[in-house]
Design a protein around this ligand. Sequence first.
Ligand code: BTN
Length: 255
Amino acid sequence: TAGLDTDRMGQHVIAHDEVVSTQPLAHEAAARGAKEGTLVLAELQTGGKGRLGRPWHSPKGTGIWMSLIIRPAIPLPKTPQMTLLTAVSVARAIREETGLPVKIKWPNDIFIGDKKVCGILTELNAESDRVNYLVIGIGLNANSVAEDFPEELARIATSLRIESGEPIKRARFIQQFCRIFEEEYDHYLAHGFARAKAEWEKHSYTIGRWVNVQTISQRLEGRAVGLDEEGVLMVEDQDGAIHKVYSADVNYRAN
Ligand code: BTN
């Protein structure tokens, strides 16, 4: 691809006009042996999927709706780090391309101010303890204008165009994301998670805030204090006890 400065990421692109969701298409491609770095893109998703079974609003032409296949040789418990690494990479790409002050809301939402501009949905394919591949779905509101959002989203969602006042070139953004992600990913594979963890914490929306955490097994309130070495969120309660939060809905309140 012209302009693509990578070794693997984005070297194979499967581009569609209209799909239900790029996620199952990426799974099918991966099952057929698609190489690491293969990207599935769509202009429009009729059944875009968000986390926790939620729908993802994916109108035609304004967004970047894409699923990336990676095949990291890492143990299963480390796979959540791939989502954090992706969030760090998207945030970097947005900063470098637009200069906008983006923040990462745990685990993987990208925020500008108090509105969400990008969501990440990671799906894992593994056999017993072995990771076959991951499909990382990225939904970025790129060129939407305010009227493009349904009423219930307008209060909580934004786009790069709304925030910066000008449209972005989507193909260029994807190329830059691929370059940045490959750099972060190669660094991670060679040297581990520490750099991405520090970068995540530096640009975190979550660290320092009071949060309400509702997991299947617990309800907890406290201050988000950081990530542990594995990428698990640590929350300190009123009594100073540290709790580890693996995957849950985190609600925020003003300090
Ligand atoms: C979230 O914040 O809940 C995650 C949203 C992920 C949306 C992307 S768009 C491309 C890929 N295909 C999907 O159906 N979902 C992901």
